[in-house]
Design a protein around this ligand. Sequence first.
Ligand code: IMP
Length: 181
Amino acid sequence: MGFFEQKNLSVMLSAEQVAARVAALGEQITRDYVGKLGADELVCIGILKGSFVFLADLVRRIDLPLVVDFIALSSYGDATESSGVVQLTQDLSRPIAGKHVLVVEDIVDTGLTMKYLLENLHTRHPASIKLASLLEKPTKNQAGVKVDYLGFAIEDKFVVGYGLDAASRYRNLPYIGLVTS
Ligand code: IMP
């Protein structure tokens, strides 16, 4: 049995379900920004490391001129509960002042990481900031972070795959899965 079909993994969202939703989000984002950008391009900011798979698929569904940048934050370490203490471990490569920014995240859980990041980005005076997140656990989002483009609302379970990890593993699963043991 291969790594993708281990006995201790169950599929929550299949690769096909994720692909269809990502395509729909890309179309919605394209429609929303097409008249807004003028001669400018959209700045898509991926949050490392978890968003790299979602970002790669999403940008190929956004039919607009855009640039990609990355920012790295650490929140959990190897633990599975958010501490609320967020550290910026790698900054953007370019200023975002006056730019239309789309932050691309894998999952909003307590929302603490995103609240910190959005506050930080606002101080750099972009023209606008919106948030795309593949997943949200709405029952846990205590920080009141608003996801503008949401893939799926899920129940409060720890998920892996499609970029999401458990102790750095499983990022390469093509689907969103639950580790059952
Ligand atoms: P928050 O600050 O609680 O919203 O946590 C956000 C970060 O925690 C995400 O960017 C993920 O890296 C990680 N995280 C939260 N829930 C999960 C999960 O179910 N699986 C994997 N990582 C998660």
